[in-house]
Design a protein around this ligand. Structure first.
Ligand SMILES: [Fe+2]
Length: 715
């Protein structure tokens, strides 16, 4: 067992800046040292350059990466002026999570020697210590503090301490050496029975604030999350190798029905037949640890990816006829509460196999009891059913805007609890790490039985440029002093409506639906319709989930991340009164009739036959009801054939405006009661490019039906 404790993540508060500076210095040095000690287990140069797995860089990248990260962030923060080694600081910068921008083509890399990287690390160490010694320190440290990128660099290195230990575990043993500093647990045996233990219903609350949180955090931890967790049962211990063997021996890896479609695709691709760290030998199963293989410790937790854990649950569910599954993130927090797990203490070893306080490996599943359970924290990470999503109030940190946001894609599931090598931030209650479901970490699972979990809030960020521009146009900031356009239209419509009935409204060409929501402040029922399913999809998501997330182009490939909430627009009550449907304004289905208001905003000059649309409008609107038309009259033949234009041309030598055309087409059934007004709108294209337009607005009242009304020729 280790006797020297690896320092804990520093409290951001304190009264004594001198002591805090020393604490952070020690924290940095201990982390930098421990990382190098991990790489000292690589016995040959080959260990650095041979890829442990195809989809990752070789370990030489990770050796340089954590040092480079310091320099890149400190330069970004304006705390360092000079690069130390520009070539390294480009080569070691990115390539960690199978992102599309990662370049894993090894022919593009000319990796430096191990000694060159060691020397580089030494220079980085000196630079960071120099900065820690001279940078003014004001307490508490918050995420706007110049000390934040220093803590960020240290916590980042601690993450890679763990992920590099996984890669070393996947490296050939012939290029590694065992090391007393990385001694595994030697306690093995048979696991105890693993009964389900009831957990009463209860509420959980997470509330981490960027200005006042006690410990460093990554962006995804901040914000407020509260949930009522229904009662469930959870297995007392993590699922052991012995328990998982039953699944393997019963044909678990050959029975497609126990695998989700995504899991099956992974299994067929990988040809997996048993857990990745299991080693079949003629004399029986062995387990690959970081630096050696050992006879299978049957009472240690099995380590698998999400797909394997999920398949085990589906098999178990079939066997037992119960709803066996993985816990949700909320259920893990509930377990944490009922088990009464403390944070890792500063002055004594963790009461869990956590923070390198005990061994450089897992240990028996019942070695650390926490309340009625074992290993709610520590030993191995625990897969959950929950794809990572942002809490309310999520913001990216400006120095690391792509730490989390690329994982808000429903493809990265949260892992909780930490492993034997999870240190610093990773060991905290508030930690939220997520991995691709097919990834291997020191991660296993516990099973729960309970009603099917609710879906977490969607985490997807809309990145389609046009949709994002419209999301911002409708729900985002106002630019150049121009008020929100879709809301302005709704205000005009509601003002003109006066005390007329306001039962049903139709917002045609609603795009992402802001006017639809605004009209629902007063109308009992508002339908937003657009030709584009992509557009109404955003409106529907907002109605369903109350939040919309999208990226905005700042310049070139740089984007910023936005989030809008219905509640912040005071539209929460409107969500039950809106419906979004796809439809063609020129060919409206019969059921869309009986409206007290029809809004056609920036629509008519995009229709292939505006006349056909306008000529049928009266049949959709109740007598006395209103039609609002707004348009910049941007006639383009790509949308509307020239012969269909309502105006914007000369006829018999005289100008015909679109307003003239509207009067002609609508005159038989409508009376102009308002306008024309010019209402401006601004669409943000990039941070420095905006489209500023004027839309002409007219409001028409539907006349009562007359016996002798002339029929319009178009229908
Ligand atoms: Fe990294």
């Amino acid at each position: 067992m280790n006797t020297e404790r690896f320092p804990r993540t520093p409290l951001l508060h304190g009264e004594d800046p001198v002591a805090k500076r020393r604490e952070i210095r020690d924290y940095f040095i201990a982390t930098f040292d421990r990382y190098e000690s991990l790489f000292a287990t690589l016995a040959t140069a080959d260990a650095y350059y041979r890829k442990p797995i195809a989809l990752r860089h070789p370990l030489i990248f990770y050796f340089g990466h954590t040092a480079t990260f310091f320099i890149n962030k400190l330069i970004l923060a304006g705390l360092l002026e000079q690069r130390l080694e520009p070539r390294f600081e480009s080569m070691f910068a990115v390539g960690v999570d199978e992102m599309s921008w990662d370049d894993l083509d090894e022919s593009n890399y000319d990796w430096p020697s191990v000694q060159a990287v060691r020397d580089y690390r030494q220079r980085v160490r000196t630079a960071v210590i120099g900065l820690i010694e001279r940078l003014p320190l004001r307490l508490p440290i918050d995420w706007d503090s110049p000390w934040w990128p220093i803590l960020m660099g240290i916590e980042h290195e601690r993450i890679h301490l763990e992920t590099s230990s996984v890669l070393i575990r996947q490296q050939s043993l012939d290029c590694l050496r065992t090391d007393p500093a990385w001694e595994p647990c030697r306690e093995t045996g048979e696991p105890p029975a693993n009964p389900l233990v009831p957990v009463a219903a209860g509420s959980i609350r997470l509330d981490k604030d960027q200005a006042s949180a006690p410990y460093y955090g990554w962006d995804n931890e901040y914000g407020l999350h509260e949930a009522e967790v229904p009662a469930f049962e959870a297995s007392r211990t993590l699922v052991s190798n012995r328990e998982f063997l039953a699944f393997v021996e019963t044909g678990g890896y050959e029975t497609d029905g126990w695998w989700t479609p995504e899991g099956l695709a992974w299994r067929q691709f990988s040809q997996a037949r048993f857990p990745t760290f299991w080693v079949p030998e003629p004399a029986g199963w062995r387990l690959r640890l970081m630096l050696e293989t050992v006879p299978m410790p049957w009472n240690w937790p099995v380590e698998v990816n999400y797909h394997e854990a999920k398949a085990f649950c589906l098999w178990k569910a079939e066997q037992t006829g119960t709803l066996v599954r993985l816990p949700t993130e909320d259920e893990w927090y509930r377990l944490h509460d009922v088990a009464g797990c403390p944070e890792v203490p500063a002055d004594r070893p963790a009461a869990a196999n956590l923070h390198l306080d005990h061994w450089a490996s897992s240990c028996p599943v019942d070695r650390f009891a926490q309340g009625a359970f074992c290993d709610v924290t520590g030993n191995v990470w625990q897969w959950t059913e929950t794809p990572i999503y942002p809490f309310a109030g999520f913001r990216v940190h400006p120095l690391y805007d792509d730490f989390t946001t690329p994982t808000f894609d429903e493809r990265h599931n949260l892992i909780k609890g930490g492993s034997w090598i999870s240190c610093g931030n990773e060991s905290l209650h508030s930690a939220r790490y997520a991995f691709r479901r097919h990834f291997f970490q020191h991660a296993g699972f516990r099973t729960v039985v309970g009603a099917a979990p609710g879906l977490p809030p969607a985490s997807h960020y809309e990145t389609d440029r046009l949709l994002s521009e419209y999301a911002e146009f409708h729900y985002g900031a106002e630019y150049h002093g121009v008020p929100n356009f879709p809301r302005a239209l709704a205000d005009i419509a509601l003002r003109c409506l006066g005390d007329r009935p306001a039962r049903r409204a139709l917002d045609l060409g609603c795009a992402t639906g802001r006017t639809t929501f605004e009209l629902a402040r007063r109308f009992e029922e508002v339908t937003g319709m657009d030709f584009s399913a992509r557009f109404i999809g955003l409106g529907a998501q907002l109605a369903d989930q109350g939040v919309l997330r999208y990226t905005l182009v700042d310049e070139g490939e740089l984007v910023s991340w936005r989030e809008v909430w219905l509640k912040d627009l005071d539209l929460t009550e409107a969500r039950d009164r809106v419906t979004f449907v796809q439809g063609d304004a020129c060919n409206l289905k019969a059921q869309f009739t009986g409206y007290d208001l029809l809004v056609a905003a920036n629509l008519i000059d995009r229709l292939y036959s505006p006349t056909r649309f306008l000529a049928q409008c009266h049949a959709r609107i109740n007598p006395g009801g209103l039609l609002l038309i707004a348009s910049p009259y941007t006639w383009l033949t790509e949308h509307t054939p020239r012969e269909e234009w309502l105006g914007g041309f000369k006829r018999d030598g005289e100008n015909v405006t679109t307003l003239d055309g509207l009067k002609t087409v609508l005159g038989a059934h409508f009376r102009l009661i308002e306008g024309p007004l010019e209402v401006p709108f601004v669409i943000r294209e990039t941070r420095r490019k905006f489209q500023h337009s004027l839309s002409e607005v007219t409001v028409w009242e539907r006349l009562p039906e007359r016996e002798d009304a002339p029929a319009h020729g178009q229908d």
